[in-house]
Each structure stands twice: as C-alpha cells, then as structure tokens.
Design a protein around this ligand. Structure first.
Ligand SMILES: C[S@@+](CC[C@H](N)C(=O)[O-])C[C@H]1O[C@@H](n2cnc3c(N)ncnc32)[C@H](O)[C@@H]1O
Length: 551
C-alpha cells in the first residue's frame, strides 16, 4: 500500500531511525576507541602538547540556549551555517532571466558579510576549547565514516572548516537527543513482553496516570513499538485492538483530538507514521513567501529583505520563487516590499497545485475556489499577465481579500467572479485549464488551525467530499478537451483523508470516462494510496492531475 508523504519537520525519530542511529553510534564508538588508542601512541605528540581545559557539554547547550532566546518562540531554529551557505547560493541562482542575473552576480550584500562575521565571532569563543579538544582527544572523535578524512585536516577553526565544526556540534546534540529517546523506550521495552497496558479494570479515565502527559507520552511510544512487532512484543492474552484503543485514547489525551478524528487519522498510517504525523501537527510550519515575478526577481527581493534584517534562504531547488523566512526584525506582512506587492506570504505546499497546473501564456484559465488568491496570483504571474484568469469564489466576503491581493500584486489578467462553482459550466466554459483547490476539512493544516482537532464530525466527512465531487465534475465540464496544449484540471486539497482526495478523484473518473490521470511533473511528493480498505480500485492518484481525453 502506498503511503502519504511524511513531513519530517519537528517529528520524533521513527523506531527504524532510532535503530539505525544506534548502530551508527556503536560503529562510531568503536572508531573513537580505536583512534584514542592510536592517539596514545608516541607518533602523535600533539595529543599531549597543551594542557587545556576539556570542553564541557553544557557549553554546547548554552550556545543553543542563546540562539533560542534570540528568536521568537514561533520561529524555527536556525542552522546558521546552512543558512549562510544557502544565502550565498541564493545569489548564485540562475533565475529565468539569466542574462540580467549574470550582471548582478557580483552584487555585494553587506548584511550577508556582516552575518558571516557575526557567525565567526559567535564561534570564536569556542575555538580555543575546540583546539584543545582537537589536540587532547583522538582526532576523529566526532567523525563520521564519510568525513573522517576532512576532520583530520581540521587543525584550527577557520572560515573554511567552521561549517564542519558546527555540523559536528549539531550531530553531537542530535546523538544525545536520540540516545535519551532510545533509553526512554528501551528502558521499558527491552524486557520480553513488557506489561504496557494497564491491567483490565484499571482503564478508567479517572486514573491519574492517564492524565500525566509524561507517562502518556512514554506509553504511546511503547505501544507503537509493540504494534510494529506485535507477534514478538505483544503481551500474552492482550489483543492488538486493546493496544490500538489505548493508543487512540492516549493520542486524544496528549494531543487534544476527538476520539473520532484521532482514529480516522491514525488509520491512514502505520503506527509510527501516525505518531510522526501527530507530532508534526504540533510544530509550526516554516514561514515562507513567494516572489511576485510580475514586480521583482527573487534575488532583488532577497537582498532588499536581508537589508531590512530578515534572515532567509531559498525554500528548495524545486522552486525558483520561494523563500523561507527564519527571523526578522520587521513584520514580514508590512514591509515596503510587501506593500508594493513584491511578494505574498504563502505556504510552500501551496505552490505545487499551480506548478502542476502549468499555466501557459495567453491561455484561458479558471480558478474555481480562488479566495484569498495565493494561487490565482501565482497563475497570473506564470502567465506573465497575458491571457485571462477567471478567479471565482462562492464566498463574497472572501473575494475582498482576493481582489486586494490581485491589486497589490499587479495582476492585470484576472476577472473576479462570485458563483457557486458547481454552476460554472452553465456560466462560461471552454477553459484551457481549471484549478480546483477545493474547500476541505483542513486535516492537512492542523498545525495552522488546531480547532480542526475537535471541530470535525463524521458528518463533515460525508458532506465535504460530496461537495468536492460535485465541484470536480464541474471543473471537468468547464474545460475544453480540445484545447491545444491544455485541457487540464488540477484537483488539490489541504486534507489528508482518503475520502476527500483519492475517493473524489476516483468518483470523477468513474462519472466521466473520457477523463484520464496524467503525471503532475512535480519533482517532489510521494505516491498516495493505491487501495484503502477496499475503497479505491484505481491506481495511485497522488502527483496526478486530471486530463479529459478528446470526446
Ligand atoms: C482552500 S480555499 C481556497 C484557497 C485559494 N485557492 C488560495 O490559494 O488562496 C477554498 C475556497 O473555496 C471556497 N468555496 C467553498 N465552496 C465553494 C463553492 N461551492 N464554489 C466556489 N467556491 C467555494 C471557499 O470560500 C474558500 O475560499
């Protein structure tokens, strides 16, 4: 069965990851031991050269602590080395307009240099101790198999090796965290057939243990471990469903979901994937912006924002318009560049439906559920303000934000309309491409809207898919199947449930046999479900868009 793409950010390590890390660490320890022995050999006089104080663990965490206080709690932690590298690569990026970019390649961004200097200053204090450690310990003590050679060269921290040094510190902190997590789980798990479930009759919710979140968290991890290897670890006389029931209750207690939604979401994944999913929903998504190429280029925008004290980097290789914001001395939604429409605050994932739609210049495009316009304005930019985009939304109040964004971003090829999109084929048809970014339950954006955890009911998962199915049929009926290059529909939601995604597409394919699935051409993402509880007879839908074949 295909599984959903995992969002690794902020998620706890899976048990497989813990296991792999454990083996890696054992290997490293052996290497360290070997190299310590080697360092005692008289051939390495350096190890005994100076009498410097050994590095203290707390100093590493203190540095991290300072970093944390420098940033607001809702912003992600920053890997400054990575950031610095990415910043530099940002200015080496080849954008669409390569020629102009070449001219700007030598542009000097003062704050980038300042940033490098600051970064160096920050670690300068550590350098002496690092030197001493470098000399007192066996050299490859931090080393991984892959970079042991490089580290042997690291005589002293300097501009060229400070990134490596920082990576080593990060790795060490990560190792310690994993070890702690591992001990937590293994402490209870390593004995055969541990008794994790409360004895029958003591399950009552007034049992104070069931509300002690540390206890509940440990138990969740233990139960997941058992469920992953039930035959080996399941307690005799206890069924799998007893473990699952306890786990669902613990998920509700710990993360605050209703039992209905916790179970619905849990059922989409393996137990450890489910835990990663629930954990990821507790972590704020990165703040990202999309460059409005109708007004500026990403390089110029980045430079302007860096000059205002914004720490940023490109989102990834798959987008040339996205930037991730780490921290900022100014409100990102109120800079002069924002007001001038040089960018829009937009989740990186929301670029993807538009990239899959792949709008071309001079086409006629329908965005069926468009407010507040993040995707409409991207479509307009990709079309370079040519052709025509119909931006529709049934909610009149929301069209105000849509109009405001269209104006701010300078989109001149957009017509805003306010219909129930189910009626759209009767209003106007013959579009080259249609985007249906459907209204949905929001189960994929719980980190943004935690109210979903308690507000969604079983009825929602009947009514919402029903509307989505009707909208998708309208989308298909609004497209011109004979369109030269187009005839394409992209269906997207912010939800992870099969009812709202695969089942909706499956329904449309059955109702409109002239339609077929085509690849999105996106470089990221994973295959979705090919079957789910006997519901989906079709092939995988993820990373597919809908293409009506000629009638
Ligand atoms: C997920 S949001 C769209 C977000 C938008 N595409 C963007 O990128 O900014 C779904 C939208 O569908 C609209 N909507 C709900 N039911 C609709 C219907 N029957 N016809 C058209 N729009 C509808 C909602 O008002 C909401 O604005």
């Amino acid at each position: 069965m295909g599984r959903r793409a995992r969002n690794k950010q902020g998620a706890p390590p899976s048990f497989e990851e813990i296991q792999t890390a454990k083996e890696k660490r054992a290997l490293k320890k052996r290497k360290r031991l070997d190299s310590s022995k080697a360092s005692e050999s008289p051939k390495k006089p350096k190890a005994a050269k100076k009498d410097k104080k050994p590095r203290k663990k707390e100093e590493t965490s203190e540095t991290q602590g300072t970093d944390e206080t420098e940033f607001p709690a809702d912003l992600p932690e920053v890997d400054y080395d990575e950031l610095s590298r990415e910043k530099k690569s940002l200015f080496e990026d080849s954008e669409d307009d390569d020629k102009e970019d070449d001219e700007d390649d030598n542009v000097k961004v003062g704050t980038l240099d300042d940033f490098d200097a600051e970064q160096k200053e920050q670690i300068d204090d550590d350098v002496d101790e690092y030197d001493s450690e470098e000399e007192n310990r066996a050299k490859p003590a931090f080393s991984d198999e892959e970079d042991a050679g490089d580290e042997l060269e690291m005589e002293k921290i300097n501009a060229s090796n400070m990134e490596k040094y920082s990576e080593l510190l990060d790795r060490r902190a990560e190792e310690e965290r994993l070890e702690a997590e591992e001990e937590l789980v293994e402490g209870a798990i390593e004995q055969p057939r541990p008794k994790i479930l409360p004895p029958p009759g003591t399950e009552e919710e007034d049992n104070p243990q069931n509300h002690d979140i540390t206890f509940v968290r440990t138990r969740m991890l233990e139960i997941v471990k058992v469920l992953e290897k039930f035959n080996e670890l399941g307690e005799e006389g206890r069924s799998r469903s007893e473990y699952v029931d306890r786990l669902i209750k613990d998920i509700c207690e710990y993360y605050g979901y209703t039992p209905f939604l916790a179970e619905k979401l849990f059922d989409l994944f393996t137990p450890s994937e489910a835990m990663e999913f629930f954990e990821a929903n507790e972590v704020h998504r990165p703040i990202t912006i999309r460059t409005n190429t109708l007004r500026t280029r990403r390089r110029d925008l980045a430079q302007a924002l860096v000059n205002r004290g914004v720490n940023l980097q490109p989102i990834g290789k798959w987008t040339k318009v996205g930037l991730q914001i780490f921290d900022s001395q100014v409100p990102i939604g109120a800079t002069p560049e924002y007001l001038a429409g040089h960018y829009i605050l937009q989740a990186a994932s929301s670029f993807l439906p538009v990239m899959a739609l792949d709008p071309h210049e001079n086409e006629r495009i329908l965005d069926m559920a468009a407010a507040p316009g993040g995707k409409t304005t991207y479509i307009a930019a990709m079309m370079k303000n040519t052709g025509c985009v119909f931006a529709n939304d049934s909610n009149k109040a929301r069209t105000k934000a849509l109009v405001a964004n269209i104006h701010r971003l300078g989109c001149k090829n957009v017509i805003v309309c306010n219909y129930d999109a189910r009626e759209f084929p009767k209003v106007i048809g013959g579009f080259d491409r249609v985007l249906l970014d459907a209204p949905c339950s929001g189960t994929g954006v719980i980190s943004k809207d935690a109210s979903v955890k308690t507000s969604r009911t079983p009825k929602d998962f009947m009514n919402i898919p029903h509307l989505q199915k009707q909208l998708l049929l309208s989308a298909i009926d609004s497209v011109n199947a004979h369109s030269k290059e187009g005839g394409v529909i992209t269906y997207s939601t912010c939800s992870v449930t099969v009812d709202e995604d695969e089942c909706v597409v499956d329904y449309a394919l059955r109702k409109r046999p002239n339609v077929k699935l085509v690849d999105t051409g996106l470089a990221i993402g994973k295959e979705g479900f090919t079957s789910y509880r006997g519901k989906i007879p079709q092939k995988s839908f993820t990373n597919k868009k809908v293409l009506p074949t000629c009638l």
